[in-house]
Design a protein around this ligand. Sequence first.
Ligand SMILES: Cc1cc2nc3c(=O)[nH]c(=O)nc-3n(C[C@H](O)[C@H](O)[C@H](O)COP(=O)(O)O)c2cc1C
Length: 170
Amino acid sequence: MTRVLVAYATRFGSTREIAAAIVHELNSAGLDAQAAEASSALSPDEYDAFVIGSPLYGGKWMGIAGMFAAITSDRIDGKPVALFSIGTLRVVNEEAGNTEHREFMASLIEVAPNLNVVSDVLFNGYFERANLPWYLRIVDRFAPTPQGDHRDWSVIQSWAKSLVSEFNFE
Ligand SMILES: Cc1cc2nc3c(=O)[nH]c(=O)nc-3n(C[C@H](O)[C@H](O)[C@H](O)COP(=O)(O)O)c2cc1C
């Protein structure tokens, strides 16, 4: 059975819920998937395929997710990897959101050229201004982020299903 690690970073929890939805779809299709927060304590050797994701903050992934992808890439010997970003910019400006995701993917591949990326995607995220600590409210005042839950679960489920054929080695 194909063992899949869905590794994610999150600040406010919306990406954790997306990771859980991806795991659910993969397991429903007969794979053996589990989600874990990206960390150097994870053992990539125990998995056959990887999904790695992070919210975009200021146009970039959270450091721990990018670092996990880069470090893992040298330890997994070309095993398939699917990448996802979460963000809300695209809700108000589709082109700007897509560009941010594409540019971050390009910079990730630059530092992790051995990553065997079989798919990458940008999902709409979830943002509540009221949850922000004061210092992020200041950042948000200068680059306002669209509020509300923009996650589209059917889009997330379809993408997860599309990974099954990429990850199924039997
Ligand atoms: C300070 C701040 C900066 C953000 N920057 C971006 C950004 O550059 N691009 C984007 O698409 N979304 C941006 N977002 C939206 C987050 O990516 C979105 O809320 C995401 O769902 C948060 O994920 P989390 O709950 O897992 O931390 C930003 C949100 C905040 C609060």
